[in-house]
Design a protein around this ligand. Structure first.
Ligand SMILES: [Ca+2]
Length: 278
């Protein structure tokens, strides 16, 4: 077997089982000690049963030039679901494309068709992050959203805690025609953060730089900053995660299209870091 083939097989085996193994390697209700990241290693096996121990990371980048196939160091899953775990519309698409690019020759294209009754999802998932309380999470990506149709209630980025029922924080569009980005979250993650005074409309039919910084906390010393094309559009203080948990996964694309209309979203140059991204 060539080296190239062997590496690929190991990658697929690992990722197929990651979701189950990271679920709860510690006691229910027990306070978590986040001082040592090595307490949160992911133990799994490859396709041949060999044990692998994976470290969690705080850095990730994808320019979509080498595809979106499952790799330990790359994207881990393509999700084309409907609400909950229901199968998504057969027309949902997550693929690389040359139709619109911000860098290089490829970007990510996500497509969801009109669905009057339910949400549709067309997104990439990446696990194995380690963002505990007190840490900083930076996210940067370029988005191109074609058309003029309303994108109110379209979600384009999720940062979530697998061991906390997947609850977390999501970037979504709100307001008339969905003109404005906001940081949504369920009550246990703290307040929702929306642009209140002088909101800045999200440009359509062009590439737009979105950068998010969270100083993570389950109490009032948390911080949320959101930039759109270099302009600070959210600058808020307060909780942004549930207590006694850590964010470990992201979704990028149409993490939920609840507009009930057909939509395409292109994404390029995704970066995640625990340090500021310029
Ligand atoms: Ca690219």
């Amino acid at each position: 077997m060539s080296r190239r083939t062997r590496v690929l097989l190991i990658s697929v085996g690992v990722i197929a089982s990651v979701g189950m193994l990271i679920a709860r390697p510690w006691g229910r209700g027990q306070p978590l000690d986040f001082s040592d990241p090595d307490k949160f290693l992911v133990r799994t096996t490859d396709g041949s049963g060999k044990e692998l121990v994976l470290k969690r990371v705080n850095d990730f980048a994808s320019d979509f030039e080498t595809g979106i196939a499952r790799k330990i160091e790359g994207w881990h899953q393509t999700l084309t679901l409907s609400s909950g775990t229901k199968s998504g519309n057969a027309a949902n698409r997550v693929e690389t494309t040359t139709e619109q690019v911000h860098s290089g020759e490829f970007s990510l294209k996500t497509y969801t068709p009109k669905d009057p009754n339910d949400l549709q999802k067309a997104t990439l998932l990446r696990e194995l992050f380690f963002f505990p309380p007190g840490s900083d999470c930076w996210y940067s990506a370029w988005y191109f959203i074609p058309g003029q149709a309303s994108i109110e209630n379209l979600f384009i980025f999720d940062l979530e805690a697998t061991q906390n029922h997947g609850l977390g924080r999501r970037l979504m569009f709100t307001g008339r025609n969905g003109q404005y980005l906001m940081l949504e979250g369920k009550r246990s993650t703290g307040p929702q953060y929306a642009q209140k005074e002088n909101p800045v409309a999200f440009p359509r039919n062009q590439w737009v730089h979105v950068k998010l910084h969270l100083h993570l906390s389950a109490s009032g010393d948390g911080k949320v900053e959101l930039w759109q094309d270099g302009k600070l559009v959210l600058d808020k203080q307060g909780a942004n995660m549930p207590s006694n948990t850590f964010y470990d996964r992201i979704e990028v694309g149409q993490t939920a299209n609840t507009t009930h209309q057909e939509q395409t979203v292109y994404v390029d140059d995704v970066r995640v870091s625990d340090k500021p991204i310029e």
